[in-house]
Design a protein around this ligand. Sequence first.
Ligand SMILES: [Zn+2]
Length: 274
Amino acid sequence: MIRRIQNILKPLTLSLALLTPIKAPQYSERLAHDVFQNEPVEVLSRHLTSGLVSITKKNFRGGIIKEYDKSSLKVLKERLTKRNMMVVYCSPLADCRCAYTENFGHFFAKRPLGRPHLGLDIFVTPYALKPKKPVKVVAPIGGVVIMEKHARQVDNLIGNSIIIMGRDGRRYAFEHLAKASDYNESIKLPKLGDYLNAGDAIGYIGHTGETTLWHLHLSVMTDEMLEKQLKSKTWQKIASESQYSTLCGQVNPLSEKDAGPIAKVLHAHIKDRH
Ligand SMILES: [Zn+2]
């Protein structure tokens, strides 16, 4: 009997441990070191994105996706990374207490089509309820917005989202961002082609898309992982059914091998919890 109770309590204890809020470390040095800080952002954005071809499409539930085409992304990556300057990273939720889990989705929802959950879910309140005040999500690295998606209420999967091409050549995706009616404050997602410095606002934590709980889904993509993932049959099925975005393969940002230095920043948060 006692063993039975222990077996029941075990997963519960684990879930509660994951839901304990932690204090995020500060990364105040980030802006002081930002090498682009003296260059006007509009000018910077213009010369990084001039001549790039963008595509606007509607997904099957009426969400609007704007993104660059494949060859434009190649050009953009060359322009962004050629500058050969120091790249600064910060936490996407540097200014708040938050907790992380790699497999958040698996606790609460069955994924369609056997889709693996590749990314990191970050939540800021116990049980991932609506935060009392809007929780700002910031760019963890300087870079250009290469996809903006505005979801309709009935839309599924990623909800309101953006992807940034970072100055390290990786792509950073932010999903489930808040919609305008969630808060009284006006919420504007950055636009396609906007340049963001590390620490610039992206939006607020929300629950748009395939989630009923309030969290940020963050994933990181390298070109190599993306190529591999786009070839997989499961992913092709998901992409064609959801009209998601061909820019979106996903790598878990806690994996240092694939996600690079941002993994260290995120690991620092996790360590801070103990
Ligand atoms: Zn997720």
